[in-house]
Design a protein around this ligand. Structure first.
Ligand code: OSB
Ligand code: MG
Length: 384
């Protein structure tokens, strides 16, 4: 049977003609975290964010590459993204071709979604800035208030964890995610559930378990969790399907999903009931919109993940969540959760009902503060 014809959520964006770009810069900034961010894979204490700046006839646009300096979350690093952007992707960007044609050219380079997203997002933001419209409007989406979610890193003690959850609940966050790892899971979830029996709660293992841990993972079923994110290997889909058959709690895939094709495969074999879409990991806003649209049609929940971005990437994630299919609160938290001072104004703040307002103005809305970027710059390179 032919699948029913559904209008593409990205057709208008694919038809956009690329503008002439005068200059392209990569600027890496270092922002200290207010506190170390611990996960089963690494503890990060600073954010080294590689930013792309486009200049076109006096209009500038900034995007952010969501890679880290290290390959612990993803194989992409700031160095590989720089290499792929500089030597393979940027030479394919020509004025007059459409964004759809650019995506097709980019497909010849396998993987490296974060590098691709950096360019695609920068071009979209540039066009939005040139037209004087917000990014969500360029995406064809109406404004809305974005639900909030906090990702709490691994803590030293259960008391510390419970205090962090208390602060998040008091702030009004719509859902709380706590990191877990082997040996720091069931009892820690129990401690949070003791204090907050009903708070919307989920866990993220960043791939720390294997199928041999199925019995331990099944113990999480007792806590009414919204989902368990990426329990098994970062590269696995098929074993997640086996695990999902053994668990009541919904599985959410993060690291395993790099494209619409990955999402379709995971959905078709029942590897997850929820997908964390990180726009960088899947190659940009268009592929994110495709995944969310497809998932929504088959009842799979989607939310926007985060990579503890500066205000630039954070704003992109906020605009993305106006797209069809983003049905669940994402990892979209206040700037202050990570940084004392961001490189953009205004910082992200929750409103009194825990929602995140879309930054007002053309493009990402948030204003990039040149002198703060300069103060934080650890490397800069003009590519064009
Ligand atoms: O697994 O979702 C993840 C941060 C860095 C790398 C991986 C992850 C995370 C987070 C935090 O959980 C997301 C955020 O607050 O931006
Ligand atoms: Mg995750």
């Amino acid at each position: 049977m032919m699948p029913e014809a559904v209008p593409s959520p990205t057709a208008a964006l694919e038809a956009l003609a690329l503008p002439q770009v005068d200059h392209v810069d990569l600027v890496t900034v270092r922002l200290p975290f207010v506190a170390p961010f611990g996960t089963s894979i690494h503890v990060w204490t600073v954010k080294d964010a590689m930013l792309m700046r486009l200049e076109a006839g006096g209009v500038t646009a900034w995007s952010e590459c969501v890679s880290d300096p290290d390959p612990f979350y993803s194989y992409e690093t700031n160095a590989t993204a720089r290499h792929i952007i500089k030597d393979f992707l940027l030479p394919l960007v020509e004025p007059g071709i459409t964004l759809g044609e650019l995506e097709a050219r980019f497909r010849r380079a396998r993987g490296h979604g974060m590098a691709k997203a950096t360019i695609e997002n920068a071009l979209l933001i540039l066009v939005a800035n040139q037209r004087g419209v917000p990014l969500h409007a360029l995406m064809g989406r109406p404004a809305k208030r974005i639900p909030s979610g906090l990702s709490i890193g691994l803590k030293g003690t259960k008391e510390e964890l419970v205090r962090a959850v208390e602060r998040a609940v008091a702030k009004g966050y719509h859902r709380i995610k706590m990191k877990v790892k082997k040996g720091q899971d069931v009892d820690w979830v129990a401690a949070v559930r003791d204090r907050f029996p009903d708070v919307p709660l989920m866990v993220d293992a960043n791939g720390d378990y294997s199928l041999a841990d199925t019995d331990d993972l099944r113990r999480l079923d007792a806590f009414n969790l919204m989902m368990v994110e990426q329990p098994l290997s970062y590269s696995d889909i098929i074993e997640h399907a086996s695990l999902q058959r053994e668990m009541k709690t919904a599985i959410c895939l993060d690291e395993s999903i790099h494209s619409l094709a990955d999402a379709a495969a995971a959905i078709s074999i029942g590897a997850c009931r929820i997908i964390n879409v990180k726009q960088g990991r899947v190659g940009g806003l268009l592929e994110s919109m495709r995944i969310a649209h497809r998932a929504a049609r088959v009842g799979i929940g989607v939310w926007s993940g985060g990579m503890d971005e500066t205000g630039i990437g954070r704003a992109v994630n906020i605009h993305l969540q106006t797209a069809e299919g983003f049905t669940l609160p994402g990892d979209t938290s206040e700037t202050a959760n990570y940084f004392d001072e961001d490189i953009v104004d205004q910082p992200v703040l929750l409103d009194d009902e825990g929602f995140i307002p879309i930054p007002q103005g053309p493009g990402i809305g948030a204003r990039v503060m040149a002198e703060r970027v300069l103060k934080r710059t650890i490397r800069a390179e003009r590519l064009r």
